[in-house]
Design a binder for this molecule. Sequence first.
Ligand SMILES: [Zn+2]
Length: 170
Amino acid sequence: MHCPFCRHPDSRVVDSRTTDDGASIRRRRQCPDCGRRFTTVETASLMVIKRSGVTEPFSRNKVIAGVRKACQGRPVTEDALAQLGQRVEEAVRATGSAELSTHDVGLAILGPLQDLDLVAYLRFASVYRAFDSLEDFDRAITELREQLPPTTPGGLDEDLGVPAPAAATD
Ligand SMILES: [Zn+2]
């Protein structure tokens, strides 16, 4: 590969090491012309098969863009989105598959997104799982309630703006 400093068409590998998680290799390279050093990172290519049958390289940015849409108006920071993107990428790479469907990527998003923001999770799940009725939302919310401790601070009722049940008036 060419030198990023002087565009010399060749470079020499001076050191190679596998990253701790084993998912990539970092190589230190030196330009024989200007002598400067730079690092390259090699990862296995991970392809995503879209519903149309078209394949494209897995993109952490696309994951984040999709989740950002679901997080509109929610108190979710760009940092948190970036971390979610990293968790999703680690999860899909950990499967060891070279090819995934968009469905697999969606599945990998659901867990981290549920930890991040319940409302965004429901929005995302409604698209991903093709909710088409209130009953679908109702079922998903019931599932969430069953997973959550009953008095989660800032829990689902508060997040959804559902008023607490009125005290009995009789
Ligand atoms: Zn150079």
